[in-house]
Design a protein around this ligand. Structure first.
Ligand code: NAD
Ligand code: UDP
Ligand code: UDP
Length: 316
C-alpha cells in the first residue's frame, strides 16, 4: 500500500525543487515548500498554489524551523556558479547552518532526511568516471569552495547525525541536471546556450570547449531522488545520480545550434578558475541499490528544454 506522507522540500521554488514538488503532489503527498526565493521564483510553483496538498512557506533555512513532517528533502542552495559566488558567505551558511537546522528538525520529529549533495564534492577529479568511493580533489580556498566545501561539510554533518543520533539519512550526489524551469540568466551552460541560440546571439564557450560534463534530464533525476528517499533504511548513500553519457561543452553547443536551427556563432571566452576538466558519474551503485538509471536521451531532453525557453522568451 502507498501511504501518503507530509513532505518538506527546502528549495522547492527552484529548478529541481519545483519538479520534485510536482512529483510528490501528483503522488498524493502533502508538500510544504520552504524557500526564501533567493534563486527560485514563485512562478515555478504558481500552478501548485491552489492545490490543497501544497503549501508555500517563505523562510531562510539558515534560521531554525519548527514544523511537523515525515520526510525532508533538503534542496535549498543556489546551484549555478554565478549565483553561488554572488554571496559566497550566504552560500556556505545555507549549506552548513541550513543542514544543521534541517538535521535538528529531522531529529526532533524523527523524519527521514535527504540531502541534495553534488558532483562538486569530487572537485576537479583525477579519477574518471567518479565512483562514490573517490574522495575528490577540491580547492578549499578558491572561488568555487563556498559551494564545494559547504556541500562537503553538509555531507559530514549528515553522517555525524546518522552515527551520533541514528538519523535516517539519504545523501544524493547530483551531477549536472537540466530541463524546463532553469533560470534563463543563472549562467549554467545548457540554459545559457539555449537562450543564446534562440536569441541568435553568440554562444559563449569558456576555454577551448574540450572540458566534459554529463547531463541528466530533470524528470530522470527527480525519479532517482524519490527512489532514494523511499529506499530501505540502510541505504544512506552517498549515491551518485546523473546521466553517464559524457559530452564536451563544444559538442553541447553544436547540438543546441543544430536543434534550434540557430545562426548563432560560437565565441570562446576565458575559462573560469578551478573549472573541472571532466565529469561523469559512475552510477553502478544507483543501478544496483535503487534499480535506477536515466531514460531520457540528451537530444529529447534538449528538445523539451528548448521548447520551454522558446515559450518563455515569447511571453517576455
Ligand atoms: P536553484 O537555484 O534553481 O534552486 C535552489 C533553491 O533554493 C532556490 O529556489 C532558492 O531560492 C532556494 N534557496 C537558496 N538558499 C536558500 C535558503 N537559505 N533558504 C531557503 N531557500 C533557499 O538550483 P537547483 O538546480 O534546483 O538545485 C537544487 C539543489 O540541487 C541544490 O542544493 C544544488 O546544490 C543541488 N544540485 C543541483 C544540480 C543541478 O545540476 N541542477 C547539480 C548538483 C546539485
Ligand atoms: N532546529 C530546528 N527545528 C527543530 C529542531 C532544531 O530548526 O525542530 C535547529 C535548532 O536551531 C538547532 C539545530 O536545529 O540549533 C540543531 O539541532 P540539534 O537538536 O541537533 O542541536 P541543539 O538544539 O542542541 O543545538
Ligand atoms: N560553460 C561555458 N559557457 C557558458 C556557461 C558554462 O562554456 O556560457 C562551461 C563551464 O565553464 C563549465 C561547463 O560549461 O566547464 C558547465 O558549466 P555549468 O556552470 O553549467 O556547471 P558546472 O561547472 O557547475 O558543472
Amino acid at each position: 500500500m502507498h501511504l501518503n506522507k507530509r513532505v518538506v522540500v527546502t528549495g522547492g521554488c527552484g529548478f529541481l525543487g519545483s519538479h520534485l514538488c510536482d512529483r510528490l503532489v501528483n503522488q498524493g503527498h502533502e508538500v510544504i515548500c520552504v524557500d526564501n526565493c533567493f534563486t527560485g521564483t514563485k512562478q515555478n510553483i504558481r500552478h501548485l498554489l491552489d492545490d490543497p496538498l501544497f503549501e508555500f512557506l517563505r523562510h531562510d533555512i539558515t534560521f531554525p524551523l519548527y514544523i511537523e513532517a515525515d520526510q525532508i528533502y533538503n534542496m535549498a542552495c543556489p546551484a549555478s556558479p554565478i549565483q553561488y559566488q554572488h554571496d559566497p558567505v550566504q552560500t556556505i551558511k545555507t549549506s552548513v547552518h541550513g543542514a544543521i537546522n534541517m538535521l535538528g528538525l529531522a531529529k526532533r520529529i524523527n523524519a527521514r532526511i535527504l540531502q541534495a549533495s553534488t558532483s562538486e564534492v569530487y572537485g576537479d577529479p583525477e579519477v574518471h568516471p567518479q565512483p562514490e568511493s573517490y574522495w575528490g580533489r577540491v580547492n578549499p580556498i578558491g572561488l568555487r569552495s563556498c559551494y564545494d566545501e559547504g556541500k562537503r561539510c553538509a555531507e559530514t554533518l549528515f553522517f555525524d547525525y546518522h552515527r551520533q543520533h541514528s538519523l535516517k539519512i539519504k545523501v544524493a550526489r547530483i551531477f549536472n541536471t537540466y530541463g524546463p524551469r532553469m533560470h534563463p540568466n543563472d549562467g549554467r551552460v545548457v540554459s545559457n546556450f539555449i537562450v543564446q541560440a534562440l536569441k541568435e546571439s553568440p554562444i559563449t564557450i569558456y576555454g577551448d570547449g574540450r572540458q566534459s560534463r554529463s547531463f541528466c534530464f530533470v524528470d530522470d533525476l527527480v525519479d532517482g531522488l524519490v527512489r532514494l528517499m523511499i529506499s530501505s533504511d540502510e541505504i544512506t548513500g552517498p549515491i551518485n545520480l546523473g546521466n553517464p553519457t559524457e559530452f564536451s561543452i563544444l559538442q553541447i553547443a553544436e547540438k543546441i545550434i543544430a536543434l534550434t536551427g540557430s545562426k548563432s556563432k560560437i565565441v570562446f571566452k576565458p575559462l573560469p578558475l578551478d573549472d573541472p576538466r571532466q565529469r561523469k558519474p559512475d552510477i553502478s551503485l544507483a543501478q544496483k541499490k535503487l534499480q535506477w538509471e536515466p531514460a531520457v536521451p540528451l537530444e529529447e531532453g534538449l528538445k523539451r528544454t528548448i521548447s520551454y525557453f522558446d515559450q518563455l522568451l515569447l511571453s517576455e
